[in-house]
Every structure is written in C-alpha cells, then in structure tokens.
Design a protein around this ligand. Sequence first.
Ligand code: DQA
Length: 155
Amino acid sequence: MKLLILNGPNLNLLGQREPDVYGTLTLTALNRQIAEHIEELNVGRPQDQHIEAFFSQSNHEGVLVDTLQSAQRAYEGIVYNPAAHTHYSVALRDAIAGVPTPVVEVHLSDIATREEFRHISLMEDVCIAQFKGEGAASYLKAVDYLVDYLDSTAE
Ligand code: DQA
C-alpha cells in the first residue's frame, strides 16, 4: 500500500514558522515521526500489505495540481495538508475531486478556532476525512484513518 504524504505552501518552514501556532517540529522531523508510525503499523501486517510512505512538499499551486493528478497512478491514498490553499484554491479542490485516489485533509492547527478566513475549507467535502488541531498527531490519525479505509475497501 503506497501512501503520499503531501504538504502545501510554507510547511517547509515548520520549526521556524510561528512556533506558538505550529510547534517547533521541523518538516523533516514530522516526516520522520510519520515514517516511524508507519513502521509500527507494519508490524503484524502481512508482507504483501506493507505500507510505504512517500513525502512531498511544494509552495506552488500548479505543482501541487500536477502532483495530485499523477498520484492517482502511483499511490493508493494521500494525506494532504493544503496549508493556505485550503481556504481559497478551487484548482486544488477540483484536482482532488477529479481523481479517484482518496485524500485525507490534515492541519496542525485548529482552523475552526483561528481567524475567520481560515474557518472555510474548500477541500473538506472532497476529502474522505479531516483531522485538525492536534499538531503531528493530526497526521498520524490521518494515516490510521486512511489505512483503515483502504483496508476496508480492499476486503
Ligand atoms: C495549516 C492551517 C492553514 O490555515 C495555514 O495557512 C497553514 C497551515 C495547518 O496545518 O494548521 O499554512 O494548514
């Protein structure tokens, strides 16, 4: 089972960026935590059902549209933090809606309790679930949800 962990604009700055909101973990450290979590999930899974994670980040809307479009051929599911694009990118919403690959939306912060412009997610209703407000745990819960979803649809 191949999963893509995709991050949008400014998430390459994790660690230095607004640490009071996003914490002090760098993107590299966050990705390492996700990889370790997936290794734990793989203990006890049959070899042919092992989960493999791939990591990608871009600051560019068009690159992210291309990534989502080509992901449908390479991955069974996507965990995606669309960052600022969450709140305004119809192009990224349409990309998610246009591919059959299930996408789980994640946010480190709780977008529902921050500034009003962050309350709207254009991605929410084209994703299979949304996890927010729990820092790195939002990503781990998103991975768990996606793996359970893919396991249940494979049965
Ligand atoms: C974010 C929340 C967005 O509103 C913001 O623009 C981000 C990060 C989060 O992970 O909490 O860049 O997606």
